[in-house]
Write a protein that binds this ligand. Structure first.
Ligand SMILES: NC(=O)C1=CN([C@@H]2O[C@H](COP(=O)(O)OP(=O)(O)OC[C@H]3O[C@@H](n4cnc5c(N)ncnc54)[C@H](O)[C@@H]3O)[C@@H](O)[C@H]2O)C=CC1
Ligand SMILES: O=C(O)C(=O)Cc1ccc(O)cc1
Length: 315
């Protein structure tokens, strides 16, 4: 296995990296870039002045801008870390300021809609390589980030056919420098896979917490008091950022709706098994799902801790 958690690079991979959107993901990238010396300098760009002030206080960047077009000037790597619905407008704002040969990438949880909204704005001299680190937490904002977020996590890249392989290799090296493992796939396939592994699970969490909160026969304090069971894990997921997840669902409609309809069918079959005392059907499914959990742990992709992301020193 290649060394992922090694020493800082002697020579940075990029001269000047612009990170647009300094929330959980943007600040984690900034920490990791610093720690591993992956870029000569870091430019942080965020439209929110309070975020910019925190970035300054935390010392996350060498320069801070609120104007995207100003901030990206002279950068050889530009990473969009904004909610997916903002990617198109941001691409439009920065297009005319992009340096010759720049690599433009993003971290959005949806790929098809991000590509469709960004690509028309980008100049031919930019190498556009969409990306998605499959690593995160329910936290958001510049204080939530940490350098090890991407360690041993997958980062999916979805370059279009014909994109310069040398640019793809450089971006791969960048993510590997932050400890991630790279997988390549098409944008539509990414959106289908993530719909079932991430988007629908978040929707289910939002829904179950909403349903519990609305129950008339159970008080709010009982929901909180007895949430030590499975419900507690759902509340963590349902605490995820509302803007980010609104954008995910509105931008991956087709795949999410397809998975919801499959999910509804399977849920109806479970309800039927309960109604007709079909214990074998329940036992069979629960045994199958238990072995899936065990194989995820065997693959080293999860610990028995409830959190998906790891926040050393923060939990
Ligand atoms: N939160 C998570 O666990 C993960 C999130 N992602 C993706 O990463 C992206 C960012 O997510 P987070 O870091 O969690 O969000 P966040 O809410 O922590 O940070 C987003 C930042 O973008 C800034 N922003 C929004 N619109 C902007 C604009 N037009 N121009 C400049 N700045 C703007 C906001 O002020 C905020 O500081 C999203 O696309 C999300 O889908 C990917 C993997 C995991
Ligand atoms: O906190 C969790 O459990 C997550 O699932 C984090 C996460 C959220 C969105 C992504 O696109 C990738 C990872």
């Amino acid at each position: 296995m290649p060394e992922r958690l090694g020493d800082p690079l002697e020579t940075p991979l990029f001269e000047r990296v612009a990170i647009i959107g300094i929330g959980l993901i943007g600040s984690s990238i900034a920490h990791a870039v610093r720690q591993k010396n992956l870029a000569g300098s870091i430019v942080a760009i965020d439209r929110d002045t309070e975020v910019a002030a925190r970035v300054d206080a935390l010392g996350l960047a060498d320069a801070i801008f609120s104007d995207v077009a100003e901030g990206v000037k002279g950068c050889d790597l530009v990473i969009l870390c904004v909610p997916v619905g903002a990617c198109g407008p941001v691409a439009k704002q920065m297009a005319a300021s992009l340096r010759e040969g720049v690599i433009v990438t993003d971290v959005g949880s949806v790929k098809g809609a991000v590509v469709a909204s960004m690509e028309p704005h980008l100049p031919a001299h930019a190498h556009f390589i969409p990306g998605h680190p499959v690593a995160g937490t329910e936290q958001s904002g510049p204080d939530a980030g940490f350098a090890t977020l991407f360690h041993e996590r997958w980062c999916i890249l979805t370059p279009a056919y014909g994109v310069d392989p040398a640019a793809v290799a450089r971006l791969q090296e960048f993510w590997e420098g932050m400890g991630a493992r790279i997988e390549f796939m098409s944008a539509p396939h990414h959106d289908l896979v993530l719909a079932i592994t991430s988007h629908v699970p978040h929707l289910i969490a939002y829904n179950i917490v909403g349903t519990a909160a609305d129950l008339e026969q159970v008080t709010q304090s009982e929901v909180i008091k007895f949430s030590a069971g499975g419900f507690r894990d759902f509340t963590r997921i349902a605490a995820s950022d509302p803007t980010m997840w609104r954008d995910v669902f509105l931008n991956n409609k087709e795949a999410v709706l397809e998975m919801i309809s499959r999910f509804n069918e399977d849920l109806a079959a479970l309800a039927r098994a309960i109604r007709w005392d079909d214990g074998d059907a329940l036992y069979d499914l629960f045994s199958r799902t238990r072995s899936i959990r065990r194989s995820i742990i065997d693959l080293g992709q999860e610990t028995d801790a409830p959190d998906f992301g790891r926040r050393p020193g923060k939990d």
